[in-house]
Every structure is written in structure tokens, then in C-alpha cells.
Ligand binder design. Structure first.
Ligand SMILES: [Zn+2]
Length: 323
């Protein structure tokens, strides 16, 4: 009897050893790359690339890689658009750029001063790139909101955003339409805020027919409306259409090769928020009721619906009351 159970025990141990080594192999194959989040530039035209952030909320695990950044290689240097959500990501982007060209990074254009697009700026500053941003960004940099956001980001995205992470002002504040030219490649900087943010700008490169739209156009996820001016945002979408870009690189999500359709998606979403909230906002009916009565079926299957939609609707409800 003892022998028999001993034999069973051995078999059981053998089976569980196989099971655990299999389970371990499964989990270890899910381990992340030791270098952490990997950035792989996507080419969208002759000289323009971008890296695509993940469609999720920022965390320590994803190094706050939730927004896109792009770059254009010109014969006189590389122009980067947006700086990603942590210094480590910016370092990785600089490395990826150096694999594609020996040109130096000479400029960074900031589409807006939201944390996920600017916490990498200091790395570009270190290597001597000139930073361009819209002049309303100065108000953000001196605001309590910016200060508090950085304090909480140092906790939320530790160790990637830490005591050494700083908010970096622009070297050149853009207050109107602005043209830059490097090695014959032109960059049209269009001031469009307040729209998604007070300090929005977009960058159009006519020779590439590419528009960097910042967070004015969203694809494949619920837009982040935050403290947006939804009316100004709808006007900015009209400005985008006038440029007739072939490709739009948004601040989040994959690039658009059908700009008209994607501009329409963002516009429809903003209009729908305004339509569904305006009656309650004007009549001072409770937000909660208006939100529950709205049919969200067209959007509730999209990434970040749970994280963003209710907040977006509430913001629009408040902003209509303020109009
Ligand atoms: Zn963003």
C-alpha cells in the first residue's frame, strides 16, 4: 500500500513538474523585452516616420508610451514632432532616428503641452535641438495644473518619470502661422488652438503631403476631450480639410491614409457629444440623467470608452454652459 501510494506520489510529482515547467514557459514567453517598451518607426512617405503609442492609459509598465511622435529627415537635419511621455522614450526615439540617418536632430515641434507629448523634451534639449511650441503653452507651464500633474506623474510612471523629469519651455514661441525650411523642406506650423488644448498647433509638410495633427484627429479610439474647446476643435477640423493632406499622423493611434474619413470620425464624435449634452446643459438638468439617456452604442466598443467617454461628455456639458 505504502509502495503504491509512493508510486502515485512520484507520478503526481512528475505530472505537476511538467505542468509547472509548461506554465513557467508560458509566463516567461510573456515577459517583456529586457529593454522595456520597443519603438519601431513606421515610414509614411519618402522622408517621414512616426512611432505609435499604445492605445491604453499611461503606466509604469508601458513607460507612458501612449502617444505618437514623428520625424522628418531633411538634408539639413531631422525635425521631430512631439517628444513622447517620458525621457526614456525620447532616448529610445533618438536612438531609432540615428539608425535611419546620420543627420542631427535640429528641431522639435510640440503640438500641445499635454504630459504624454512633452515629458521627453529634455532629452532633445540636451542634444541641442531647438524647441518650437504655440505661445499659449507658456500659460500651461506656469500653471498649478502642470505642477500637480508632474508631481503625480512622478508617482504614476515611476521610475521613468522622476525627480529629474522637468517641464521644458520652447525656445521659440509661435503666435501665428509660421514657416520653417530646412534643406529645402518646408514646414508650415499652423496655430489652431484653443481646440483640443489652448496651445494646439499642427505641422504640415507640403513636399511630403503629411500633416501632424496632434490630438485634433483621433483614430481607432475614443478621443480625449479633457479641457477642450469643442467649438474651436470643430473649426480646427475645417482647417485640416483645407490643407488636403494625403496622410495625417495623429497624436494617438495609427496614421490615416484616409484623412477625410478620420476627420469625419472625430467631428461626428464631438458633434454627438455636443448634441447629446446641450439640452441638459442649457436647461441645467443633471448631467447624470443626460448621460444615461444617451445611446452610446456606436462608441462603447472602442478602446478607452470606459476611461474617457464619461469625462468627455461631462466636459462638453460644462463647456456648453460656459459658452
Ligand atoms: Zn495626447
Amino acid at each position: 500500500m505504502y509502495r503504491l501510494s509512493n508510486r502515485y506520489l512520484k507520478i503526481a510529482l512528475f505530472i505537476s513538474a511538467i505542468f509547472f515547467s509548461f506554465a513557467y514557459a508560458q509566463t516567461s514567453s510573456l515577459q517583456k523585452d529586457p529593454a522595456g517598451v520597443l519603438l519601431s518607426p513606421i515610414k509614411v512617405s519618402a522622408n517621414t516616420y512616426f512611432v505609435q503609442g499604445l492605445p491604453e492609459m499611461g503606466t509604469s509598465e508601458n513607460e507612458n508610451f501612449i502617444s505618437n511622435a514623428g520625424f522628418v529627415i531633411t538634408p539639413k537635419g531631422v525635425v521631430v514632432i512631439d517628444a513622447l511621455g517620458s525621457p526614456v522614450l525620447a532616448q529610445k526615439l533618438i536612438k531609432e532616428i540615428s539608425k535611419l540617418t546620420s543627420q542631427k536632430i535640429i528641431a522639435v515641434i510640440v503640438t500641445h503641452y499635454h504630459a504624454d507629448h512633452v515629458y521627453g523634451l529634455q532629452e532633445f534639449k540636451k542634444i541641442g535641438a531647438k524647441i518650437y511650441a504655440q505661445n499659449a503653452g507658456r500659460d500651461y507651464l506656469s500653471s498649478e495644473t502642470a505642477k500637480q500633474r508632474l508631481i503625480s506623474s512622478r508617482i504614476d510612471f515611476a521610475p521613468w518619470v522622476n525627480a529629474n523629469t522637468q517641464l521644458i519651455p520652447a525656445d521659440i514661441w509661435v503666435d501665428k502661422q509660421y514657416k520653417l525650411s530646412f534643406g529645402g523642406v518646408q514646414f508650415f506650423i499652423n496655430r489652431v488652438g484653443p481646440a483640443h488644448a489652448p496651445e494646439d498647433l499642427m505641422v504640415y509638410i507640403p513636399s511630403e503631403k503629411v500633416l501632424f495633427a496632434g490630438d485634433l484627429v483621433f483614430r481607432g479610439r475614443i478621443p480625449f476631450v479633457g479641457n477642450a474647446d469643442s467649438k474651436g476643435w470643430l473649426n480646427a477640423l475645417g482647417e485640416i480639410e483645407k490643407l488636403h493632406p494625403k496622410v495625417i499622423i495623429p497624436g494617438h493611434g495609427s496614421h490615416s491614409i484616409n484623412p477625410a474619413e478620420d476627420v469625419a470620425f472625430t467631428r461626428d464624435y464631438l458633434r454627438y457629444l455636443r448634441e447629446s449634452m446641450s439640452k441638459a446643459a442649457i436647461n441645467l438638468d443633471p448631467f447624470e440623467e443626460a448621460y444615461l439617456q444617451t445611446d452610446w452604442s456606436e462608441y462603447d466598443g472602442m478602446p478607452l470608452f470606459r476611461a474617457a467617454n464619461r469625462m468627455n461628455a461631462y466636459n462638453v456639458y460644462l463647456s456648453i454652459q460656459a459658452e
